[in-house]
Design a protein around this ligand. Structure first.
Ligand code: FES
Length: 131
């Protein structure tokens, strides 16, 4: 079995699936090679991510990494969310096979895109805030 139990659990029972109709930030990213697409919605209260949902049109690892990434940033500050790396998502899932590392990169990018969108909507350039 190339996948950890945690990956299989988050693939079979993904957390925070869906959309947020009045999201404060939305990030959509894709990988041109595999064609997978990930979309993240965040709700922000007082600089904290109070809610997050995702929709992923992609492989099982992309679904598992999206799910874990949402769990890792929920209740965290925007700064902390921007610091989340694909490596941290993979570690939280007890690893991924090498050919699936790019799926976790998509999860990191989707969160950065959603937080950047939040800042842009408020007239703030997110570039200096990105790690
Ligand atoms: Fe591309 Fe998983 S195969 S995101």
């Amino acid at each position: 079995m190339p996948y950890s139990e945690k990956v299989m659990d988050h693939f079979a029972n993904p957390r925070n699936v869906g959309e947020i109709a009045d999201a404060d930030g939305i990030g959509e990213v894709g990988n041109s090679k595999c064609g997978d697409i990930m979309k993240m919605y965040i709700k922000v209260d007082d600089n904290t991510i109070s809610d997050v949902k995702f929709k992923t049109f992609g492989c099982g690892a992309a679904i598992a990494t999206s799910s874990m990434a949402t769990e890792l940033i929920k209740g965290k500050s925007l700064d902390e969310a921007l610091q989340l790396t694909n490596k941290a998502v993979m570690e939280a899932l007890d690893g991924l096979p090498p050919v699936k590392v790019h799926c976790s990169v998509l999860a990191e990018e989707a969160i950065k895109a959603a937080v950047s969108d939040y800042y842009q909507k408020r007239g703030v350039d997110p570039a200096p805030l990105l790690p």
